[in-house]
Design a protein around this ligand. Structure first.
Ligand code: PAZ
Length: 324
């Protein structure tokens, strides 16, 4: 059994290595490392109750380019609502957050603003000045105030990605930088990450032409990065992954499998249509249903979810201290 596990990890290693070796180079990788190091330096100072807690929240969905000079790509449904709302609650709970988000997806503190904030929240006065429309004034002030406080206080670092290549490369950089935080680091992996991709070297360079008839394309499987992230890149951190399904009958079983296979501390199971109302937190101690309860003034499911996970993270830190 152990040998089988070792072999599957070795295979994962080889696949991951070839994924990274063949991926297009990350634009401004040095700049990202610099930002990460500056942010973590500020957030690594010891506090009265140990070290500062830092969570990496991944949010939105990765794209899969079909051409190197990309005109077409495969995408998925994720809006980034879960990741951005959760980021707000983590900040409120005293965490610093590295927010790895899909360009153009929901942003922390902006989820309650209208779809087109610039055009809907502002108006031109008779004096040709621009002002916030009174009906949105409170919401805009709150969003700007809270966002500025988080960024200026260096409690929020936002790193954008678009493709599966960028996402996994940046996640590796984050893990490398966060390693020194040990159990104080948390990974909250809410992004919807593509399972299949076109390897860079076998990808068409130019726009695929339709004149040659139907498109026949073989997608490779994205290597299971979670295994290496958990075991090698961040072995002491606290890990939450997500499992989305559209068939309720398989959701909890698949979440349980992910919990065991990747040794997660919890897997948050959610179904596509009810994901904003209810999630199930699957752990080795049992399943916990978390709901948004409007009657109790709970406006979103992320509030009770983050409360629960913060508690579990505290227990993880305590356990790690006792093992030292
Ligand atoms: O981004 P969103 O708020 O529209 O949706 C959140 C979610 C369903 C993408 C997330 O809760 C999730 O389950 N992410 C993992 C998806 C998966 O790869 O199984």
């Amino acid at each position: 059994m152990e040998n089988k596990a070792a072999t599957s990890e070795e295979t994962a290693f080889d696949e991951i290595k070839s994924f990274f070796d063949s991926a297009p180079p990350l634009k401004d990788g040095d700049g990202i490392v610099k930002k990460l190091n500056g942010f973590l330096e500020k957030n690594s100072l010891p506090t009265r109750i140990g070290s500062k807690r830092v969570v990496c929240v991944t949010s939105g969905g990765t794209t899969v380019p079909l051409e190197q000079r990309c005109v077409r790509f495969i995408d998925n449904f994720s809006s980034g609502h879960r990741g951005s709302t959760s980021t707000e609650y983590f900040l409120k709970a005293g965490y610093s957050v590295i927010f790895l988000y899909r360009r153009g997806s929901y942003q922390p503190y902006c989820t309650t603003l209208p779809d087109d904030p610039l055009l809907e929240c502002f108006e031109i006065t008779n004096e040709s000045d621009v002002q916030v429309h009174p009906s949105h004034s409170d919401a805009v002030k709150k969003a700007i105030g809270e966002h500025q406080a988080a960024v200026k206080g260096q409690n929020l670092l936002k790193l954008p990605y678009t493709t599966i290549f960028e996402y996994l490369q940046i996640l590796q950089l984050i893990a490398t930088s966060m390693k020194t935080l040990g159990p104080y680091a948390m990974y909250y992996l809410a992004a919807a990450v593509s399972d299949f991709y076109v390897p860079w070297e076998s990808m068409a360079i130019h726009k695929i032409q339709s004149a040659s008839g139907p498109l026949d394309m073989r997608l490779a499987q994205v290597p299971k990065m979670l295994l290496v992230l958990r075991n090698d890149w961040a072995p002491k951190a606290f890990f939450i992954s997500f499992k989305l399904e559209t068939d309720m009958d398989i959701l909890l079983k698949k979440a349980g499998n992910a919990l065991r296979k990747y040794k997660m501390h919890a897997v948050v199971a959610n179904e596509l249509l009810t994901r904003k109302e209810e999630v199930t937190v699957v752990t080795t101690d049992g399943n916990i249903s978390v709901r948004r309860d409007k009657a109790k003034g709970v406006t979103d499911v992320e509030r009770p979810l983050i409360e629960l996970l913060v508690e579990k993270h505290s227990a993880h830190i305590e356990d790690s201290r006792n093992q030292q």
